[in-house]
Design a protein around this ligand. Structure first.
Ligand code: ADP
Length: 427
């Protein structure tokens, strides 16, 4: 009989915010009611949750800090009653010889008292696959995919057994493709053999989704798994006997109120979405140089424009601009200063839209912009709902005075009609 108890079973720790949303969306699609928290919450969880994803920003901070935050997240998840734990990193295994994937994995293993876990960044839908321990991205080895030039985590070796081996004191082994293809029993046998010979972490091959389903079933009894978001395709099925498949995992409470879009993303996809949206709704362009000249005046002008149109449907307020306009602002103000000025303005506008103008449904474009808005609104967590486009779900906020419907879109996500069709999905 399904367990209808409302405590979470699966506790996840993600090393960045958008990666956390990606994982949470996968879990919802696979039938688990999921909440994403922003950092480590100070309070216990609300009821009616099957999985929790704690979003950290620990990918590129010093390894010692990443360990401390991850252990604190683990403690909180254990206090909520979670039974299995999932350390989520990027499907391109973003890390350096100093970490943080190896050191965090090792610390979590020690805290959980386990001597074995797996590591599998494969995400076939995004063409990330692992074969003989080598990670391929877009059909080429990781170190030829462009990741070798990443500013923070250059990946110069595609062999993950070697890469992870350099980051941890535990012996690293491999569960190869031939074993995965033989199915769950063969993988379990291989895990037992690796454990017996003292291997601590096994890189796992996976080329398509079926491989991830096999792997997920074989990991059913491991206290800890580490992976990209791909493993989440299969993991929820392990809990199906207890939870059933929740048809309503993506259901969100209906939230009534005015609607607005705020955009600080200057990515190509967002600029196209803005062009499209401008033909369907009132819009207002906040200029960086105008903010510099008269901050309060510019913010008030944007709010006045919104106020006069909010009764008729969604209003778009955007700082997003062409590369030329951005470059001019950056030359006059400095790159960091221009970015921070615009983020502060959009965050202030968001707060007033909500507190003064009755906006309850808000769409935000831009990763950094979303971070600024979420912190201005005091959002502590998000209940994850249906996806508008892959990787961008509607959510409802936790921790705000009143719950808001919120969608956070990073740079290049979303189809051209993202800003118009999003509203049709809200109850
Ligand atoms: P994305 O997800 O597309 O990368 P982000 O919000 O993460 O978007 O980053 C966009 C950055 O550009 C933010 O710091 C934002 O404040 C800044 N920005 C937005 N509009 C302008 C502009 N007109 N001039 C200068 N900087 C801008």
């Amino acid at each position: 009989m399904p367990n209808l108890s409302s405590g979470p079973i699966l506790g996840c720790i993600a090393d960045d915010f958008t990666g956390a949303t990606d994982l949470a969306s996968m879990l919802v699609s696979a039938g688990m009611r999921t909440i994403q928290t922003i950092g480590i919450p100070q309070t216990p969880l609300e009821a009616g949750v099957d999985a929790v994803v704690v979003a950290l920003k620990s990918r590129t901070i010093p390894a010692g800090e990443a360990i401390a935050q991850s252990l604190e997240a683990l403690d909180w998840l254990r206090d909520q009653g979670c039974e299995q734990f999932y350390f989520k990193y990027c499907s391109t295994f973003d890390s350096t010889p100093a970490g943080n994937i190896g050191p965090v994995t090792e610390a979590l293993m020690e805290a959980l008292g386990t001597d074995f876990t797996i590591a599998c960044p494969a995400l076939p839908a995004n063409r990330r696959s692992v074969f003989n321990g080598y990670l391929f991205a877009g059909g080429v080895p990781l170190n030829e995919s462009g990741m070798q030039d990443h500013p923070l985590t250059p990946m110069t070796d595609a062999n993950l057994v070697r890469v992870l081996g350099a980051q941890t004191t535990r012996p690293v082994g491999l569960i190869d493709y031939a074993t995965i293809r033989q199915g769950e029993a063969a993988v379990r046998e291989r895990i037992a053999a690796l454990e017996a010979e003292g291997t601590g972490i096994a890189i796992c091959d996976a080329i398509d989704n079926d491989d991830l389903f096999v792997l997920a079933r074989a990991c059913r009894d491991l206290p800890l798994v580490t992976a990209g978001s791909g493993l989440a395709l299969g993991l929820p099925a392990n809990f199906a006997e207890r939870l059933g498949h929740r048809e309503d995992a993506a259901a969100l409470p209906s939230i009534a109120g005015r609607e607005a879009i705020l955009s600080g993303s200057c990515s190509r996809a967002t600029l196209a979405q803005i062009e499209h949206a401008r033909q369907h709704m009132p819009s207002y362009h906040v200029q960086a140089l105008a903010l510099e000249a008269d901050y309060r005046g510019s913010v008030d002008a944007a709010l006045a424009h919104a106020e006069s149109h909010l009764d008729d449907g969604p209003v778009l307020i955007y700082a997003s601009a062409s590369p030329e306009e951005v470059r001019e602002a950056q030359q006059r103000l400095g790159v960091r200063q221009a970015g921070e000025l615009v983020e502060r303005a959009l965050a202030d506008i968001a707060r007033e839209l909500v507190e003064r103008l009755g906006v309850r449904r808000l769409l935000v474009a831009g990763g950094e912009t979303s971070g600024a808005v979420v912190s201005a609104l005091g959002v502590q967590g998000l209940r994850i709902g249906e996806s508008i486009d892959p990787g961008v779900p509607w959510t409802t906020t936790l921790g705000t005075a009143e719950p808001l419907a919120l969608a956070l879109k990073s740079g290049n996500f979303g189809a051209i009609d993202f800003m118009t069709k999003a509203w049709e999905l809200l109850p």
